[in-house]
Design a protein around this ligand. Sequence first.
Ligand SMILES: *Cc1c(COP(=O)(O)O)cnc(C)c1O
Length: 367
Amino acid sequence: MSNINVTRSSMPPFEEYCEEIKELWDSRWLTNNGIKHREFEEKLENILGVPNVTLYTNGHLALENALSVFSFPKGSEVITTPFTFASTTHAISRSGLTPVFCDVNEDDFTINPEKIEALITDKTVAVMPVHVYGTICDVEKIQKIADKYGLKVIYDAAHAFYETKCGKSVAAFGDFSMFSFHATKVFHTIEGGALCYSDDSFEEKLYMMKNFGYKNNCSQLCGGNAKMNEFQAAMGICNLRHIEEEIAKRKNVAGRYRERLGNIPEIQLTPIQEGVVSNYAYFPMVTKGYKYSRDEIAHRLGEQGILARKYFAPATNSFEYYKDLPTSEQNGATPISKILCENVLCLPIYADLSLSDVDRICDIILS
Ligand SMILES: *Cc1c(COP(=O)(O)O)cnc(C)c1O
C-alpha cells in the first residue's frame, strides 16, 4: 500500500497551466504587475467580495507588510495567540513589535476574546488573531474590543481561504485579512499570499513596500521585495477554476472522518460553526484521555506509512526566542494552548484522498 502524506497539493490539468503561461513566452513579462498578476488580483476581489486585494510572493511577507502600513512605534505590542504557525508570531517580532500571547478557547482553538482586555497596555496597537484550521474567530467580539481601545485588527486567515460566515466573506473582517497560497494550503499559487482590505488608502503604500519602496521611478520608502510573479499568478488563475470541486471533495473526506471519529468522547474534533461555509483545510483531532496518546497514534500511523502531523506543536511562546516574554509558555501564560499542542494531531486530508484510505486511518486510530 502506498504512503499517505498529511496533504497533497492540488494541481490543475497540465495542459491548462501550459495554456495559461503561453502568453508569458511571447510577452517576456515575467513579474512586476504583469497581465496574469492583474487578472488574478481582479478575480480574487470579485470572488472574495472585497474592494482590495494585494498579492504577495508568500503569506508571511504579506503579514509583515500589513503591519508596516501603520508605522507603529518600535516596541509596540500586538496581542496574538501562540497556537499557530511560527509565521504569525515571527511577523510581529520581525517588524520590531512585541507579541503578547493570549490563550485560545478550549472548544474551537481560536483566540479567547474574554482574555484579550486584561493584556491591553498603553503600548498595545493591534490584535492579530488566527482563523486556525479554518475555524473563524469570534470576529464580532474582537472588533468590539478593538473599537473600544482603538486597536487595529489583522487576521491571519492563512487557513480560511474562500470561507464565508453568514454569507459574508472571511476576507472582509478586521483591517486586514492575510491568505497564504502556499503549496500545502487548500488553494495555492505554489508559494504566494494576499492581503485583503477595504481601506483604499493602504493600496499605494503596500505596492511600494513590496517593491523596494518605489513610486514614480524613485524609492520613497524603505521597502523590500515581496512581489508575486506571473507564473504564480497563472497557477492561481487555474486553481481558482477548480476551487469549488476541490473543497467539495475535501468535504467528503472530512465527513467520513466525522462519521468514524465524531462520537468518541475522548477524541475532540473542531466544532461545526453555525453559518460558516468551511473549506475543510485541515482535520485536527485532540486526544482527551483516549486509550492512545497523540504520540502513540502518530507512531502507529507512521508504521503504516501514514504521515499525520503534530501541527501545531510546540506553541510559539515556548520557542527559545520568546521565552523571556511575560506571556511565554514558561511563565504559564497560555495553559490551554500548551495542552492542545501536546494532544493535537492533524490527520491526512486532501481532495483525492480515498474514503477507503480514510477508513484505514480510522481503523488504526480505533483498533
Ligand atoms: C502557512 C501559514 C502562514 C505563512 O504562509 P506562507 O505563505 O507559507 O508564507 C502564516 N500563518 C499560518 C497560520 C500558516 O499556516
